[in-house]
Design a protein around this ligand. Structure first.
Ligand SMILES: [Zn+2]
Length: 498
């Protein structure tokens, strides 16, 4: 891996970065959206993608150009930058998608990489094997081994300044994905697409998508630039970025437009069902849905594609701003309420809070507790870990609400908080007055973490009417007492069913 990617800021596993593309002589800010440019049909021309939408990088298909009577020679003579009229970075795909669709293609990795170099691609792709999600483990392993051999061929070739991708495959088998990640990184190639996830996204299988990406990321070095291949719907950009994906490509903006489908950050609408455009872009503020329905196909599809691009690039900027501000999780809370399957994806992401915590900044601006999922954020895990390293009095009383004589408070969802940390992020979190059980439960889990790390301390927990289900999570050695008198004291725990 050449030294072409630099991370500037983190939020969870999400990051702002810069990908230097030497052959293009440009640096691309990430997370970045690569509009897919079909070399034959362009609903929005590349120059317009650059000028109006701010695209710094696009992706096109070298295999289509290779097989085209009208494009093959012009691409070799003029080069892609001139052929497409685009001055930013140009990535090329290799025909792997066609391989997956039609079962066979007529070029080798060596041939298509040489062709990509010849036509002036800035980031080229070998012919990998996209293992479909429903393939069994044996098939996933066998196909990955073929892909790995081809990556070996690619790594041996003289590709000059052109960056070369090393796709990570493995279907939905997380051990194969993880191994593929580390073996792809070992090739020394430059950019790491996570491949064959389009069926998962099309079928709203976001739980498996998160598992697959998290596995690939475990195999890859933390500073490797990662491309989520085919992730073109803006409703999932925040989730993909939170997993640590840096590049997304969108064919959706054009494909959906041709089907009269309208992208939003909350999902997809059909033009026929829209009475109003819920958007501020020029298409939507300059027209009504009824006007668009009255237009001819070409005009309507172009305007819808431009709306789809506007909302997609807008969401990428929003994700970048959220990472910069340290509130990507708050954005995720909102976005993943757009569809129950996305919420499954977010809940699965939080299963990997450990993995997300590794690079999460210690301090951010604010922590907003917005749902039961907030109780599982990496900041909560980090606080539980920190409790193990703190000095703890031999006899410790932790008190909900106002601090007791020890000064330690019991703070949902974090748990015990010493006086020295009470003004420190994330313990300054803002919660609603009516909090859910998950916040209390996570706080009692914090008590458990503290007791496990300091088995000699005597710990008493004083609460002001916390739910029984949460208090039952306290270790047996902890005395649980209710604030406000002895009769209140004989609370919940006694009849609590151990
Ligand atoms: Zn719009």
């Amino acid at each position: 891996m050449r030294d072409t990617f630099e991370v500037r800021a983190h939020d969870g596993a999400g990051r702002l970065g810069e990908l230097t593309v030497p052959r293009a002589g440009v640096t691309v800010e990430t997370p970045a959206l690569l509009p897919v440019v079909n070399p034959h049909v362009q609903s929005v021309e590349p120059a317009r993608l650059e000028r109006v939408f701010g695209a710094e990088i696009i992706i096109t298909n070298s295999y289509i150009i290779h097989g085209s009577d009208t494009l093959y020679e012009p691409a070799r003579e003029e080069g892609l930058a001139e052929l497409l009229d685009f001055s930013g970075a140009i990535m090329t795909d290799s025909g792997s998608f066609q391989l997956a669709e039609y079962g066979d293609i007529d070029v080798t990795t060596a041939e298509i990489l040489a062709f990509q170099r010849e036509i002036g691609s800035h980031i080229a792709t070998p012919v990998d094997i996209p293992t479909p999600p429903d393939a069994d483990r044996e098939q996933a392993v066998a196909e990955w081994e073929t892909t790995r051999e081809r990556l070996g061929v690619a790594a041996e070739m003289d590709t000059g300044e052109m960056l070369v991708t090393a796709p990570v495959q493995g279907g939905v088998h997380v051990d194969v994905r993880e191994r593929a990640g580390s073996e792809a990184a070992a090739t020394g190639l430059d950019v790491f697409p996570i491949g064959a996830v389009v069926p998962l996204m099309n079928e709203y299988r976001f739980r498996e998508l998160v598992e697959v990406v998290a596995a690939a990321k475990r195999g890859l070095p933390v500073d490797a630039p990662v491309h989520l291949f085919g992730a073109g719907h803006p409703m999932m950009f925040a989730l993909a970025a939170a997993l640590g994906c840096d590049l997304f490509d969108s064919a959706a903006y054009a494909l959906y437009a041709r089907d009269d489908r309208y992208l939003t950050v909350r999902g997809t609408e059909h033009l026929d069902e829209l009475a109003y455009f819920p958007c501020e872009c020029p298409t939507c503020s300059g027209h009504t849905p009824a006007e668009l329905r009255g237009m001819d196909d070409d005009d309507r599809h172009r305007l819808l594609a431009e709306h789809n691009l506007a909302v997609s690039f807008g969401e990428v900027r929003r994700v970048r701003q959220a990472i910069r501000r340290g509130n990507l999780f708050e954005l995720l809370e909102t976005r993943t309420r757009g569809h129950p399957a996305l919420l499954d994806g977010y809940r699965t992401l939080l299963d990997y809070a450990d993995q997300l915590e590794a690079n999460d900044p210690v301090s951010k601006d604010a922590f907003f507790y917005l749902s039961a999922e907030s109780a599982r954020r990496p900041e909560v895990i980090r606080h539980h870990r920190r409790l193990a390293r703190l000095d703890v009095p031999e006899e410790l009383v932790v008190t909900a609400g106002a601090p007791g004589e020890s000064g330690w408070r019991l703070v949902p969802p974090f748990g015990p908080v010493p006086p020295t940390l009470s003004d420190v992020y994330p313990l300054t979190a803002e919660l609603p007055d009516r909090i859910d059980d998950a916040a209390y439960e996570a706080a009692v889990d914090g008590v458990r973490a503290l007791v496990e790390a300091h088995p000699d301390a005597t710990v008493e927990l004083r609460h002001d009417g916390w739910p029984k289900r949460a208090l039952e999570r306290a270790p047996d050695t902890v005395t649980v007492a209710r604030l406000g008198g002895p009769e209140a004291d004989t609370d919940s725990r006694d009849d609590g069913g151990s």
